[in-house]
Write a protein that binds this ligand. Structure first.
Ligand SMILES: Nc1ncnc2c1ncn2[C@@H]1O[C@H](COP(=O)(O)OP(=O)(O)OP(=O)(O)O)[C@@H](O)[C@H]1O
Ligand SMILES: [Mg+2]
Length: 297
């Protein structure tokens, strides 16, 4: 097993994809207007398309269902994330938030329904999943850094192995990204010498070094001591300000209120309510949302 596949991000970064071969976007590609907007139609009849469509939303989920054995955990999710949006997802434990996020890059293949990334149908067997996944950064609750490697090496390894960047180029990008998350001083230390907040910032820098078009976060601050949460949220806030498209599963309602462009409340595998975070948090319309928020706010 290569060292990359020890990492639970392996499905995202450890794929051996040669991005230098990425096709350029064809401006004459079919417009996304042909994709129905009501989320009701099946999209599998669309022709296979490996090139991202710049006019298509970064993330589109259509009638997504997912079962584990008898247990149906996603019961028909429809969701579109537009460019530069920061969509925050909240909901009780077991409601399917992580499964939804993992479905977006096919870490969980759907039981039915479809996922389109920049117009590319991820369920199409002809699509090169590795190529598409390489444009989706993912940050988990657990940081999954390699303990035996320095911070710098943690941020360069996938760039070199997956993107085939030279060592010098990978180190240049790593230094830039580590500066962006405020860790310029820590290039040569090992993860065990860092706080949890610093480790998570390294994990974010590692994702950013891959030049993702969008970032998925699954409770990135839940494993952190309370005093370390702020520094990670700060990095995420800056990322949002820079225009990154983000989908964030979080319990941090302050972050959702301040940074989120949309808030989605999920319960029992369905989207119960969504809207402007400030409105949903201040004035939830559905009884289940009200009940959940009364416990967490
Ligand atoms: N690989 C799996 N095999 C079987 N069941 C699973 C699997 N992954 C998730 N589940 C089940 O699916 C349901 C939804 O899980 P999921 O992790 O998506 O919830 P969540 O909303 O992220 O919860 P939490 O807030 O605790 O992280 C749960 O009942 C969980 O036990
Ligand atoms: Mg979860």
């Amino acid at each position: 097993m290569s060292d990359l596949t020890q990492d639970s991000d392996a499905g995202v970064i450890g794929t051996g994809t040669h991005l230098s071969n990425l096709p350029t976007v064809d401006p004459s590609a079919e417009p996304s207007a042909e994709v129905p907007v009501d989320g009701s139609a099946r999209l599998s009849n669309l022709p296979a398309r490996d090139t991202p469509d710049p006019s298509a939303p970064p993330i589109r989920v259509v009638n997504l269902r997912k079962s584990f054995g008898e247990l149906e955990v996603l019961k028909g999710i429809n969701l579109t994330v537009e460019r530069r949006e920061v969509v925050c997802v909240i909901g009780p434990s077991g409601s399917g938030k992580s499964t939804l996020l993992r479905s977006v890059n096919m870490l969980e293949p759907p039981t039915s329904g479809e996922v389109l990334i920049e117009g590319i149908n991820m369920c199409d067997p002809d699509v090169n999943l590795d190529l598409v996944r390489a444009r989706i950064g993912m940050v988990f609750q657990q940081f999954n850094l390699f303990p035996h490697m320095t911070v710098l090496r943690n941020v360069t390894i996938a760039q070199q192995k997956v993107l085939k960047r030279s060592k010098a180029e990978a180190e240049r990008v790593a230094a830039e990204m580590l500066a962006r998350v405020g860790l310029t001083e820590k290039l040569d230390v090992h993860p065990s010498q860092l706080s949890g907040g610093q480790q998570q910032r390294v994990a974010i820098a590692r994702s950013l070094a891959m030049n993702p078009d969008m970032m998925l976060f699954d409770e990135p601050t839940s494993a952190l001591d309370p005093e370390l949460v702020g520094e990670v949220l700060e990095v995420m806030r800056d990322l949002a300000k820079s225009g990154m498209t983000m989908m964030v599963v979080t319990h941090e309602m302050g972050f959702a209120r301040e940074v989120g462009t949309r808030l989605i409340f999920m319960d029992d595998g369905v989207v119960i309510e969504e809207g402007d975070p400030r409105e949903v948090l201040a004035n939830p319309q559905q009884a289940r949302t009200q009940s959940f928020l009364s416990k967490v706010l």
